[in-house]
Structures are given as structure tokens and as C-alpha cells.
Design a protein around this ligand. Structure first.
Ligand code: SF4
Length: 402
């Protein structure tokens, strides 16, 4: 049986950035100790309801091979708080020997002592939200760090023993030029991370950026320039030893691949369990999500009166769940699998998962997209063409609507 991936959401930030629509809150750090207690409670709850009789992986059901602390700003938690969460996870799940345990960190919220404590707690991969090397762009994004803080953070992480490090970038920013983007990419590659992510800025409803853009107050690069930024970065990363494996992700792959195994679990349509306010999970035929607000999340887990028993993998914090149909699973399998630029979706994987051939189900959709030059069929796997990578959403919609 496939081991689980575990996602833990830490919804605290020092400041709310103008473009961000994640479930995160500024100024609620006083709630962190109670939130950690609630997380531990939720982990114990899920661990006690795993489908295996012992819950200890004798049939493989209780095994975990990746953990991801996302946010928000997980690096606002202390070393001892991470240690208590990791202890709870190890009690609830049998970890594989080479488990990947990641944390997202804001370069402005770390110190040598904290990173050493996080590393000692068993976290072995760190992802810094860099976004840009340009001071003006960082200010406009309302980030609390500058690029010198990033350089320091990378050096501190190396000294703390992190040998698997990701740097996150955003392109297509207001007033960004090809030149400022190229400078960001070069400076990030100079830091020699094992992994780089580069996402296009998206304007989300309800964020200050979304409102300013609606009023015409945000001078965004046109889509052609954003596409040029993406293609230039892809070429530069590849020329510097990074292999693209997903639309927005590149990894070094010398002695071992540094592709993010946790995110591969999502893209391959495999199960992951969710913990924390606003976290989303997928397991045992359900997609589900937890209550958004920190206070309510804590109340639901720490007050026994609200502690209703839920079927696995739902918890007292779950507010939405949906039983997946086969058609849901097939569409999502295509949509996330096609994000994997090398791997794509193979007919063999599709058949072993659903008992039917990929073209038996999606002959029309796949055929149309191949004719339009957005997908290619290698005789074994269906995957995006270079042009298809720029128009991914158009491709994915065909499998959800189709
Ligand atoms: S630090 Fe990250 S999670 Fe927090 S508000 Fe900014 S973009 Fe959002």
C-alpha cells in the first residue's frame, strides 16, 4: 500500500502580504502554543483511527514517507514546538527510513539556534520564500526580508546541516522587467539550492493586489513578457544543472533527485493527510478540508464536548468533505499528472489505477490537445509540449470539464 504524505498547516504570519490569499493570519502569534497542542491532538486522533488494526504500519497502512509544514510561516514556531509535533507524528505513524520532512520558512524569521533546533527535530528539507532579489519588487510585495537576508538564511541553513534546500520565486510582478527577473534568477542560482520553484503571480479575489488590479492600478507585465520570463528561466536553470520535472519546479539530480517527494504525492494523485486550520487532505476516497479560523480549530480539538467521532481520515476539525467518484479521480489524476513535464501520465499507470486505458476514457480530449500541439504522446506517456506548459490551465480544464 502506498505510504501517506502528511501536510501540516501553520497559519501564522508576521505581516499579511498584499498578494497572498493563503489561510494565514497576522498578529495572532499568542495562539501558537494552544495551536501546537491542538495539532498534536489532531495527529493523535488520526493516528488512532488509521485503517490498519495496529496503526503501526504492519500492513503498510500507517506508514508516512513525507511530511510538509506549510503556511503561513511555519518558521515562527520554536524548536521545542517542532519537536513535540514530530514526536506526535512518530508515535502515530511508522516513518520510512528516508522520510522527507520539509518546512517552509521566511528568511526574515530564522536564527542559527532555531534552524539547528528544527534540524535536530528531524526536519531535513527547507524551503525559503525568496520571491525576488530586487529590493523594489520585494517592497512592493510587502515582504519583510531583503535579498541579503536570503543570502544569510541560506548560509545559516547550510551550517545547520540542511543539504536539501528550495528557493521559491515569483515572476510576472507589477513593473517587473525581463532584466530584473534575469538578475533574480542568476542570483538565486548563484546560491546553489538543490531545488527552485518559479510561479507566475496570480491575482486572487479578496487580496489588495486583486482589488488594485481590478481598478487598473497595478501595471502588470503583459502575458507575452511573462511567457518570455518563464522560458528564459527554464533555459537558464537547465543550463545550470537543474532538471525541470513539473511546470513550475526544477531540481538538481546528480547523485540523487532532489525533486520534492511530498509534492510528487499530490501530482501523482496519491493519498495525503491534512492537519491544521484550513488544511486540505485526500485519502480513503475523500477530499476534505478543515475549519479555517485558528480559534475555532483550537476549540474543536481541545474541547471534549465538540469531539465527535469521525470516519478516517476526517477529524473534529473537518468542515467539508466529499466522497470522490471515479470520474472525479480520473479527471484529477490527469490534471495533476500532466503537470509533471517529464513523467506526464502513462497508459500503464492509468490502467492500473482505473482498470481502463487512458485513450478509452479521454480519446477526444487527448486527441484534440495533441492536434493543437499542447500535448504529445510518446507511445507510452502523455505529456505537455513546451507550448502546452505555457497554456497548462487550458489543457487541464479539458479533463475536468470533459
Ligand atoms: S509570508 Fe507567505 S503566507 Fe505569509 S502573508 Fe506573505 S505570502 Fe502569505
Amino acid at each position: 500500500m502506498t505510504p501517506y504524505s502528511l501536510y501540516l498547516h501553520i497559519p501564522f504570519c508576521k505581516h499579511r502580504c498584499a498578494y497572498c490569499d493563503f489561510n494565514t493570519y497576522a498578529g495572532q502569534e499568542d495562539s501558537i502554543p494552544a495551536y501546537v497542542d491542538a495539532l498534536v491532538r489532531e495527529i493523535e486522533y488520526v493516528g488512532s483511527r488509521l485503517p490498519s488494526p495496529s496503526g503501526r504500519g504492519d500492513g503498510g497502512e500507517g506508514e508516512a514517507h513525507t511530511v510538509f509544514f506549510g503556511g503561513g510561516t511555519p518558521s515562527l514556531l520554536s524548536g521545542p514546538q517542532f519537536a513535540s509535533i514530530m514526536d506526535a507524528l512518530r508515535s502515530a505513524f511508522a516513518f520510512s527510513a528516508d522520510a522527507e520532512v520539509s518546512i517552509e520558512a521566511n528568511p526574515g524569521t530564522i536564527s542559527p539556534d532555531k534552524l539547528a533546533a528544527i534540524r535536530a527535530a528531524g526536519i531535513n528539507r527547507i524551503s525559503f520564500g525568496v520571491q525576488s532579489a530586487n529590493t523594489e519588487e520585494l517592497r512592493m510585495l510587502e515582504r519583510i526580508h531583503d535579498f541579503f537576508t536570503v543570502i544569510e538564511a541560506v548560509s545559516t541553513a547550510r551550517q545547520a546541516g540542511f543539504d536539501n534546500l528550495n528557493l521559491d520565486l515569483i515572476y510576472g510582478l507589477p513593473e517587473q522587467t525581463l532584466q530584473t527577473w534575469q538578475n533574480t534568477v542568476q542570483r538565486v542560482v548563484d546560491l546553489q539550492p538543490e531545488h527552485i520553484s518559479a510561479y507566475a503571480l496570480t491575482l486572487e479575489h479578496g487580496t489588495p493586489f486583486g482589488r488594485w488590479a481590478a481598478k487598473g492600478l497595478l501595471p502588470l507585465p503583459d502575458p507575452d513578457l511573462a511567457a518570455e520570463m518563464y522560458e528564459w528561466a527554464d533555459d537558464f536553470f537547465e543550463a545550470n544543472g537543474y532538471v525541470q520535472y513539473e511546470i513550475s519546479n526544477w531540481a538538481r539530480s546528480v547523485e540523487r533527485s532532489f525533486a520534492c517527494r511530498h509534492n510528487l504525492q499530490y501530482w501523482r494523485g496519491l493519498p495525503y493527510l491534512a492537519f491544521g486550520a484550513g488544511a486540505h487532505g485526500y485519502a480513503n476516497g475523500y477530499r476534505y478540508s478543515n475549519v479555517l479560523r485558528i480559534k475555532t480549530y483550537i476549540e474543536r480539538l481541545l474541547q471534549p464536548s465538540t469531539f465527535d467521532l469521525q470516519p478516517f481520515p476526517l477529524t473534529p476539525a473537518t468542515v467539508n468533505h466529499h466522497r470522490q467518484t471515479e470520474s472525479d479521480d480520473m479527471g484529477e489524476f490527469m490534471m495533476t499528472g500532466l503537470r509533471l513535464t517529464r513523467e506526464g501520465v502513462t497508459n500503464a499507470d492509468f490502467r492500473s489505477r482505473f482498470g481502463r486505458g487512458l485513450f478509452d476514457v479521454y480519446e477526444k480530449e487527448a486527441g484534440d490537445l495533441i492536434r493543437k500541439g499542447l500535448l504529445e504522446w510518446t507511445g507510452e506517456r502523455l505529456r505537455l509540449t513546451r507550448r502546452g506548459r505555457l497554456l497548462g490551465n487550458q489543457v487541464f480544464m479539458q479533463f475536468i470539464d470533459g
